[in-house]
Design a binder for this molecule. Structure first.
Ligand code: UTP
Length: 288
């Protein structure tokens, strides 16, 4: 079985970013000059996935427009001879097929993934949480795909996290030796207190899932606020199939909360040839 589709749950309310998310999607907030969702789509393309399933909601039309052709803009850039910008804009809609499906109410990440069932059907698929970005030499999802090809089981990206941050993420309990960085998962807990966390390995917003996850999500009960968690579905999946974890090396940028968003912008800007020297100068001059 080969992974051909990537699911992007983008129907959340983005409450932590209010008021900026009142009328625009969090996933369209810029990291330097690209919306965060574009980084995730480019990661999928770099790993050879070209079918993108966006699970959207109300007020998310900007995402659809972003990945479409913008005829007037492209003609205007052509007329003005702005060829670099034209290439940049054309590139966004050039590759792959975008399929949109609505999550009618934001009933949690697990529910959002379940909304992709009519499109994904009976295939394994990738899931990207677009507000988490890992900087590394190769696309993060590529590592998971290699493990999936070998094991033909679900695989979850993990990252070692400081104790005080564990309550922000899903944390896994590994089975056996974790030294190789790829191992079976025994259990998972959503946002545990540091004392209750079964390890310091946090789920990192990238998954390869087998289609059996849909039945598991359907059988899972909604928790607080009527939200269905993806971790609850994966816990059910563990009763039927093996699920592997893969510890990734790299720098995690959690752009889904304000401080992480600011850090992500600075980190990514410092990698840009056109910005890094001036930004470094500015940061050094700050009297803090
Ligand atoms: P988050 O947990 O960051 O939630 O979702 P959120 O709604 O975006 O932000 P807050 O917590 O209200 O500040 C991670 C990803 O899952 C999607 C979000 O759009 C985001 O891309 N999601 C979340 C859904 O698609 N549907 C949901 O019901 C919840």
């Amino acid at each position: 079985m080969k992974v051909k589709k990537a699911v992007f749950p983008v129907a959340g309310l983005g409450i932590r970013f209010l008021p900026v998310t009142k009328a625009q999607p969090k996933e369209m907030l810029p990291l330097v000059d690209k919306p965060m969702i574009q980084y995730a789509v480019e990661e999928a393309i770099a790993a050879g996935i070209f079918e993108f399933v966006m699970v959207t909601g109300r007020d998310k039309r900007a995402i659809e427009d972003h990945f479409d052709h913008s005829f007037e803009l492209e003609e205007m850039l052509k007329a003005k001879g702005k060829t670099d910008l034209l290439a940049e804009v054309e590139k966004i809609s050039a590759k792959g097929d975008f399929i949109y499906i609505r999550q009618k109410k934001p009933l949690g990440l697990g529910h959002a993934v379940l909304c992709a069932k009519p499109i994904v059907c009976n295939e394994p698929f990738a899931v990207f949480l677009p507000d988490e970005i890992v900087q590394g030499p190769s696309p993060e999802i590529g590592h998971l795909l290699k493990i999936f090809e070998e094991k033909q089981c679900s695989v979850i990206a993990l990252m070692k996290s400081p104790r005080e941050e564990l309550s922000r993420y899903g944390i896994i309990k590994p089975k056996g030796d974790i030294a190789s960085g790829v191992f079976e998962i025994e259990d998972l807990v959503e946002k545990p207190s540091p004392q209750e966390a079964p390890s310091d390995l946090a789920i990192d917003g990238r998954y390869i899932l087998t289609p059996e996850i849909f039945a598991c999500l359907e059988q899972s009960e909604a928790g607080a606020g009527g939200e269905l968690q993806l971790t609850d579905g994966i816990r059910k999946l563990l009763q039927k199939q093996k699920v592997y974890g893969c510890v990734l090396q790299g720098n995690r940028l959690d752009a889904g909360e304000k401080l992480g968003f600011l850090q992500a912008n600075i980190t990514l800007a410092l990698e840009r040839e056109d910005l890094k020297e001036d930004l470094k100068k500015f940061l050094k001059e700050l009297k803090i």
